[in-house]
Design a protein around this ligand. Structure first.
Ligand code: ASP
Length: 443
């Protein structure tokens, strides 16, 4: 027997119907001993997430506007679940305590956390598991930074006392006892911390999709599911915009080497996506696969600087980065040639300051020429040992050429797992489809 931590996202716990599916999933496997829940999410298109409503209460309180009706919507949803599930957890008393606290204008973090708090109490009763509050266990320092080791120890010590437990996601507390939440979607992080603390065999993350797809389904029709992906590959893909999981959730699970299985509450038999430390190259399907996924996004600017003898001019790149630093702009990529270097930045970061930045480049770097490509989309093709295999880049570029896509930039870096191309925004979808078609038949 192993131990599984199962985290259920907002849509998996949105109402009595979803919670009944959740219960069946948990009861199907006795290894699912620790359950982390989000606050109830949307039940249908246009519905409200409990967390959003709670933040809305706070905004009203801050503006001295009545908030009782909004809080009543929250209260009604929880009470309906209590009735639907046939559990009795004295919700009224809990709601009254929260109402009292609201009168004292508590922090946004406290208010937002109550969605997870109430939900975990209900789910614990429904499953007949213990309720374990995460407030004293997930520890932040006074500036709000997560204290990993202290949290690890506190969770481990507490959970050793509980055979089975439900924990609320999303929050912990600071040394003065105040509630502190993670950023939005942070219940994923709670699940990962619990999985790490108890050395789970697997961290199951239950959501409303069956894991990751090789490409964005809004661009590629019926893309294949990614069955396994390494943490590193996932990091590359999510950086480029593919997201199902909170980015910070990967870190604790990775540290503890706990695989993460993304699963679908509405289709529990589906294998989902397994996120693992390293690809298992003994498995032929894994060994043969070249591309794991394709992700990208639009709206970047590439500034290509050319200067004769740049390669022997010391500090050139340092000065570029200094200028960007002065403007608080991140560079995304920095592909370089002998006498050229291109700076890739997101339009969002640059805002309306492109001309100012170019003036700085001209006066402080004195390049022979500057080319600016605006409205560039970046596409990352991520895979395993890609650059070690002959012909991968050729295949990718041929596919783009045949689709009539003009490649404006290439950055292969030294990582073996990523080829990034820059194309014009208007060619983005076409390029993603061409790359997908070139590599999706691998397995
Ligand atoms: N309920 C929180 C949110 O909506 C945290 C979570 O669901 O992970 O962001």
């Amino acid at each position: 027997m192993g131990i599984k931590v199962a985290k259920f996202g907002g849509s998996s716990v949105a109402d009595g119907i979803q919670l009944t599916k959740t219960k069946q999933i948990i009861e199907q496997d006795p290894d699912r001993r620790y359950v982390v829940v989000s606050a109830p999410g949307k039940r249908f298109e246009g519905d409200n997430k409990i967390t959003d409503l709670l933040y809305l209460c706070k905004t009203h309180i801050d503006h001295n506007l009545p908030y009782d009706q909004i809080f009543q919507v929250v209260a009604d949803r929880f009470m309906a679940v209590e009735v639907n599930l046939g559990v009795d957890v004295d919700l009224l008393t809990q709601l009254e305590t929260i109402r009292e606290n609201l009168r004292r204008n508590p922090s946004a973090d406290y208010i937002a956390s109550r969605g997870e708090f109430l939900n975990a109490i209900l789910v614990a009763a429904f499953l007949s598991f213990d309720f374990v509050d995460t407030a004293p266990l997930i520890k932040f320092d006074s500036r709000g930074k997560l204290l990993m080791e202290e949290t690890d120890e506190a969770l481990r010590d507490e959970l050793a006392k509980h055979e089975r437990a439900v924990l609320p996601g999303f929050y912990g507390s600071t040394p003065d006892g105040n509630i502190k939440t993670f950023s939005r979607g942070g219940s994923d992080i709670t699940g990962a911390l619990v999985a790490r603390a108890i050395k789970a065999d697997v961290y199951e993350n239950w959501t409303d999709v069956s894991g990751f797809l090789m490409a964005d389904p809004r661009i590629v029709k019926n893309p294949k599911q990614i069955k396994t992906i390494s943490y590193k590959e996932l990091r590359e893909l999510s950086y480029m915009g593919a997201g199902v999981l909170h980015e910070d959730a990967i870190y604790p699970a990775r540290m503890a080497n706990v695989p993460i299985n993304i699963k679908n509450t509405n289709d529990p038999a589906d294998h989902g996506t397994m996120i693992i430390g390293e690809a298992d190259f003994d498995d032929p399907a894994e060994r043969n696969r070249i591309v794991t996924g394709i992700a990208g996004s639009k709206d970047f600017t590439v500034v290509a600087l050319y200067k004769n003898m740049m390669s022997s001019e010391r500090g050139f790149v340092r000065r570029i980065l200094g200028i960007l630093d002065d403007y608080n702009i991140n560079f995304e990529h920095l592909p370089s040639g002998i006498d050229t270097v291109s700076v890739v930045m997101s339009n969002k970061d640059i805002g309306d300051r492109l001309d100012d930045v170019l003036d700085e480049f001209r006066s402080r770097l004195r390049p022979d020429s500057i080319d600016v490509l605006e409205n560039i989309a970046l596409i990352a093709t991520v895979g395993r040992r890609m650059t070690l295999r002959t012909g991968v880049a050729a295949r990718l570029f041929t596919a783009l050429g045949e689709a009539g896509v003009n490649i404006r930039m290439i950055d292969q870096g030294s990582s073996e797992m990523n080829i990034i191309v820059g194309v014009e925004n208007k060619d983005f979808e076409k390029a993603v489809r061409a790359i997908y078609n070139a590599f999706s038949e691998e397995e």
